[in-house]
Design a protein around this ligand. Structure first.
Ligand code: AHR
Length: 665
């Protein structure tokens, strides 16, 4: 017997009466109430697939540029419609065209005639975050158009006026020759600055002019130290969840508010300097939260997405345009007889991911980018939140051609933007007719919806396409905030996903990231500013499910019924899985009620003896509590030891709490 908790449980069990367990901080009744969960560990239910709990990434809320993508400078290639947006220019700085990069042709020309200062100063994304003693990698392309040498002074600017020096670093670099060359310099910050800036000044050393292009600044340390890499602490947050599937790059961004503005993956690969800028619809979608400087640099493109999926151990799941722009913005669709380039985009993407570089031009690009081995792509989603008869009409020729050329690829269709209703009811049978492998359902709904639909999938057709819960989040009464209550409702609902893993083999919360100064949509899984990351309660719930996903479902019932918040079930939701790798039973219980519940677990199939385990619980005394960059650890799960005797375990489940029990069988 390992500890005092075990002793308490054993005493309680053997005497038949449970002792009040003050460690839970709640008034647990003295006598075990008749709440019995029957768990049959001998019965092997649906397999929990690797893909079960995943992540969905979209460049919304500055999720990519200014977020996950490590680049610290905004408008590094001077390609924004206002070419010096993001830059302060001082002295003789002008825009010129004709850089070495044909799809990003603009560059800056600096001269210091008459010994005037010529300066370019970048404001980053809501400022630039610098950490004391951390290194940053500056790269740029430059030439001296008149020949000879020029010198750049480089400064990290501490915008905090109270500091004694405005410079948090001082460096110089000499540029020479009329030809464009790439320059690189590591600089170190001597201060931690939340909203710094970055300055390049043409010095007077040579009294010469200078051309500058693709000025880029990354933390020297990125996730897995990839060169065109990701902000480490954000990617590590994703890694901590161990997601099994990674859906990208959207969302509405895939469709574009107009077809030419859709996400075009072919523009997002190859040398990063030559990826053309694209619109970002989240710049203007919500008038009350508009961000005129929000574009897609495509620095974080499809190659980087595939790499990230690989690094996270998740199945990549790209979403591509079906030839329909976002239908919320009106009708803008490709005529059916002009769809071939869009279908080619899907076929070419599969070749890019899986093809042989010796025989396929897109696979060759992948190989030249540094990944000779295939990415082993298994899924493609075609269309995002499309609706009406135009969607199946457009989708059909895609399916025919993908099936013909790549019969093993699983195709994901959409049930539209709503979780039920006329369009949803129209699209599901259409998807069945088209024989898609999975149907992507989205639900941004309130607490009541999540709690009343704990059994949503219990009666779904087991023979048709599977469900991909591709975007969901509880948008509660708290004005879309990531408060604990919303996360608890999501946890309750997710027990229904888990119980129905044979119908719902993948689920991804949405959206994933939000910059505190630049969000358009909330709630979101992970919030951040330039220095700090806060995992929301919802993300913690996602992680708890994913890190305790087990290998197959086992039946768990209360009075013969699934525990899904049904009448008489006291606000309880539950699911159970066995983990073949560890030999543990994993039970997830969510008490959404106002009262603690003492639950008796009947563990059919357990051998005689003491079974050690752990109880992990997530609870907040205040249902409105939320983790923030100011207080990122306000709500965190805690784990204590636990044990069961023979085929019985007893555990008080406090009110408004999500509990995960792991018991060695
Ligand atoms: O997740 C935010 C948006 O919600 C997605 O872009 C879209 O698919 C849905 O409407």
């Amino acid at each position: 017997m390992k500890n005092i908790y075990s002793l308490i449980y054993i005493l309680g069990l053997t005497t038949g009466a449970f002792v009040s367990h003050t460690a839970w901080g709640q008034n647990v009744p003295e006598v075990i109430k008749e709440t019995v969960f029957d768990i049959n560990t001998k019965k092997v239910g649906a397999e929990i697939p690797h893909t079960m709990y995943g992540i969905f990434f979209e460049d919304i809320n500055y999720g990519a540029d200014g977020g996950l993508y490590g680049e610290l400078l905004k408008n590094r290639s001077f390609e924004f419609p206002q070419p010096f947006m993001g830059w302060k220019t001082i002295g003789d700085v002008e825009l010129r065209t004709g850089s070495p990069f044909d799809r990003c042709p603009h560059y800056a020309h600096l001269s210091n005639r008459d010994y005037k200062a010529s300066v370019l100063q970048n404001e980053g994304f809501f400022g630039i975050g610098f950490n004391k003693d951390a290194e940053y990698r500056l790269t740029f392309y430059a030439r001296v158009p008149e020949g000879g040498m020029a010198e750049l002074e480089i400064h990290i600017i501490n915008t905090d006026r109270d500091t004694s020096s405005q410079y948090a670093s001082e460096d110089k670099i000499t540029v020479s020759g009329k030809e464009w060359k790439k320059y690189e310099l590591k600089i170190r910050s001597n201060a931690t600055i939340a909203k710094g800036e970055f300055r390049l000044s043409l010095s007077h050393a040579y009294n010469n002019s200078l051309d500058l292009e693709h000025v880029s600044l990354f933390p020297a340390e990125t996730f897995k130290n990839d060169e065109n890499g990701l902000r480490k602490e954000l990617a590590e947050a994703l890694e901590s969840m161990h997601p099994g599937v990674f859906r990208f790059p959207g969302g509405c961004i895939v469709e574009g508010s107009r077809l030419p503005l859709r996400y075009q993956w072919k523009n997002s690969i190859g040398p990063v300097e030559n990826r053309p800028l694209n619109d970002n619809r989240w710049q203007y979608t919500f008038g009350h939260r508009s961000f005129p400087d929000y574009f897609q640099s495509y620095g974080l493109g499809f190659y980087e997405y595939f790499r990230l999926a690989e690094e996270l151990g998740a199945e990549p799941l790209p979403v591509l345009s079906v030839g329909l722009a976002c239908q919320y913005e009106g009708v803008n669709e490709v005529p059916l007889d002009e769809l071939q380039p869009y279908i080619d985009d899907v076929l070419d993407l599969i070749a890019f991911a899986n093809g042989d570089p010796a025989t396929n031009k897109w696979a060759k690009v992948r190989s030249e980018m540094g990944h000779d081995k295939p990415f082993n792509l298994k899924y493609v989603a075609i269309g995002n939140e499309q609706w009406g008869s135009t969607y199946p009409e457009h989708l059909k020729p895609f399916i025919e051609q993908v099936r013909k050329q790549y019969p093993d690829i699983k195709i994901i269709g959409s049930a539209g933007p709503q979780s039920e209703g006329e369009e949803f009811d129209f699209l599901w049978p259409e998807m069945k007719k088209l024989k898609v492998d999975l149907v992507d359902e989205h639900f941004y709904r309130n607490e009541e919806w999540f709690l009343s639909l704990g059994n949503r999938y219990d009666k779904y057709d087991r023979k048709g396409p599977k469900v991909f819960a591709g975007e969901y989040a509880c948008h509660g009464a708290e004005n879309g905030r990531n408060h604990f209550q919303a996360a608890l409702c999501e946890a309750a609902f997710m027990t229904g996903l888990e119980r129905n893993a044979d119908v719902v083999p993948m689920a991804t919360y949405a959206p994933l990231f939000a910059h505190v100064d630049g969000w358009q949509w909330r709630p979101d899984a992970i919030w951040f500013d330039n220095l700090t990351v806060a995992k929301s309660c919802s993300f913690i719930v996602q992680s708890l499910f994913s890190n305790n996903k087990g290998s197959h479902v086992v039946p768990l019932t209360m009075n013969g019924k699934a525990v899904a918040g049904n009448e008489g079930q006291k606000g309880l939701f539950a699911s159970a899985v066995m983990d073949d790798a560890t030999g543990e039973l994993i039970v997830k219980v969510v008490n959404t009620g106002e009262q603690p519940q003492m639950v008796n677990f009947n563990l059919a199939g357990f051998p005689k003896g003491i079974h050690n385990g752990t109880v992990t619980s997530l609870h907040a005394a205040d249902p409105d509590a939320e983790n923030s960059v100011e207080n990122p650890l306000l709500v965190t799960p805690s784990t204590t030891p636990f044990c069961a005797l023979d085929q019985r375990a007893v555990l008080p489940i406090p009110a408004q709490t999500f509990v995960i029990l792991r018991i060695e069988k």
